[in-house]
Design a protein around this ligand. Structure first.
Ligand SMILES: [Mn+2]
Length: 343
């Protein structure tokens, strides 16, 4: 059986997330499969690297860990990415940096509760270059950039995928010079795309992305709104890095509990964490007012052609969910989610 190849990317700031992503992935992976773990290193400290080596050693010889240095300055001409860095773009270099035929790429802000060998073994249709789950907030190419979709003669309502969890056919992407084309795109279209690497992937590979079931990339806010505690998924913290600044709810509790169990407890004393708590408090205080204001604002859009849009916007902004999710995600559901994790 060929080894399962897993790729992640991180700098020191995202390392606590990467550590937990790796710990969760390895503990749910078929223990008889060999694993090649490649970490694109955008400035991870020696101390952190040692911690990851120790973690991997616990799984014995079946896991081979390799750090691959990346130079994010390659992307200096692209729109600045999350946390004022270009690190998120580095996944685009995977076909260049790895000689494996395929790889499962994971964001550092994921927790994995499924066997990734199942994803790695998926057969991609011959016309597809990668597989990903659809985005839960940006639903179409046009919502990323209508201007770009029109300029590239792509449908504005074309499908849109999240780049946080992907199965990439590196052989095909190499053959098509994807990394080079993406670098050109990011530089030439600077300021026109909204979602960094994800924009390059969606615009350049439109029609070439196979859709993965949602359980391979479930947004943490969706998990928070779930009526049950189904955890048979890859959980993706799309709205906040839970080790830096948490959004209260079951997904955050789950992360903190997992991190503590994996010997990498979340430090709630750091300034960013305290600030985020303050912002969250203000947001909660304002939530009822937003609920009042939004229907008034949306009245202006209540012309028949826009009705569907308004419904979508309401759904996405989650006016209801902002107010009710905390209630629904009660203590019982948190406790049971943790129980399931610990089992
Ligand atoms: Mn992410």
């Amino acid at each position: 059986m060929e080894p399962v190849v897993i790729g992640l990317a991180s700098n020191e700031r995202y390392f606590p997330g990467l550590y937990c992503a790796v710990a969760s992935a390895l503990s749910h992976l078929d223990s008889t499969r060999e694993v090649d773990l490649k970490v694109l290193d955008g400035g991870i400290s020696k101390h952190s690297k040692n911690a990851l080596c120790r973690l991997v050693e616990r799984y014995g010889k079946v896991v081979r860990l390799q750090f691959v240095a990346v130079d994010e300055s390659l992307f200096r001409d692209a729109t600045l990415g999350p946390a004022e860095s270009h690190m998120a773009y580095c996944r685009i270099l995977l076909p260049r940096l790895m000689d494996a035929p395929r790889v499962v790429y994971l964001d550092a802000d994921t927790l994995i509760f499924r066997d990734l060998s199942e994803l790695f073994d998926l057969k991609l249709p011959t016309d597809k270059a990668l597989a990903a789950a659809t985005e839960s907030e940006t639903l179409t190419l046009g919502e990323d950039s209508g201007t770009l979709a029109n300029a590239m003669k792509l449908p504005v309502d074309g499908a849109y995928f999240n780049s946080g969890v992907m199965l990439l056919d590196l052989g095909r992407l190499r053959k098509e010079n994807f990394a080079e084309r993406a670098l050109d795109f990011l530089e030439a279209q600077r300021g026109r795309y909204r979602f960094h690497d994800q924009s390059a992937i969606n615009f350049l590979l439109h029609g070439r992305i196979a859709e993965l079931p949602e359980h391979w990339n479930r947004a943490s806010w969706r998990f928070d709104e779930q009526d049950d505690n189904d955890l048979d998924c890859v959980l993706h913290y799309t709205r906040s890095a839970p080790w830096l600044c948490g959004i209260p709810g079951p997904a955050q509790v789950l992360f903190e509990r997992f991190a503590a169990d994996a010997d990498s407890p979340v430090n709630r004393q750091i300034a960013a964490f305290k600030n985020s708590r303050r912002q969250q408090f203000v947001r909660n205080v304002l939530a009822p007012f937003r609920a009042l204001v939004f229907p008034v604002v949306s009245l202006f859009y209540e012309i028949p052609a826009k009705k569907k849009n308004v419904r979508d916007i309401r759904k996405r902004r989650g006016i209801g969910s902002i107010i009710f999710s905390t209630r629904r995600a009660g203590v019982a559901s948190i406790a049971s989610a943790i129980r399931k994790l610990v089992e």
